[in-house]
Design a protein around this ligand. Sequence first.
Ligand SMILES: [Zn+2]
Ligand SMILES: [Zn+2]
Length: 294
Amino acid sequence: MVTDSTARPPRPARAESREALELQSIRARHPELAAAVDMHLELLELQRRIQGRVPLPMLDLSADTLRRHQLEARPLLRFEDIPLDLTDLRLMVRQTADVLRRFGALEQPDYDKAQTLGRDMQLLAAVGRWYRGAAERQLAVAGVAAAAHDLGDDTALGQVIALAMRPFLSRCAEVLQQRAELANWAHTHCALCGGEPDFAVITPSAERHLICGRCSLRWKFEPLTCPYCRNTDRTRITSFATTDGQYRVYACDVCQRYLKAYDGRRASRPVMPMVDSVATLPLDAAAMQRGYTS
Ligand SMILES: [Zn+2]
Ligand SMILES: [Zn+2]
């Protein structure tokens, strides 16, 4: 693993405590979300502790490389380039599973599997399979290869790994996020890791930026095209907002999936995916009631 340990910036403690404050204010306003808030406060604290010591990755982000990846729609970050510390990763897998189990978000058999995985010599291989699975799914969608997978993001173990990997992948995303060439990326999956968007933000200039569910990279995407099936027929996109205008849902009547967005046009703070995903749990219920899936 080649990493540049001298490039560690100071721990961004202020940003994270702001997320915690926002979560606490959600709990005060919506007591019915208290359990979800408390679980995410604990996950946030786990991630904050690890993320502060993850070095920035050494990535080849030359204009040539960026252009080639853009053309081939291939994610930039190879698994080998993620600055993984195996001890920290083991800790993240086991402690993430502990938190999820304690809040009833993980069944006992899946918890046992996660604990075993966290101690297993094969952990890196399994996480590598999970990581590459996203890019393989993109190829499968394009009809190039079939993806059969035991560690998909939709499996319980895949979700544990996704949360455990977030501190490492978020640090990698910081590097690419600053590059102007990212504006050329027009694909439905993440330019860095190949993950799917699981949230979005509407900017003050009314652009929609998708947010990767794995690494939190943000990239611009047409506001009314479905990022899951590329449906562009606006009559087959259902869009509705919360009464306070803070959040919006885009639901696709072709693939039946939906995406939530934070409307930054009248917002007092930036989008915070972990906070906003908790604040919009009632929207998930509304979308699912209408027959859509996340
Ligand atoms: Zn990503
Ligand atoms: Zn769709």
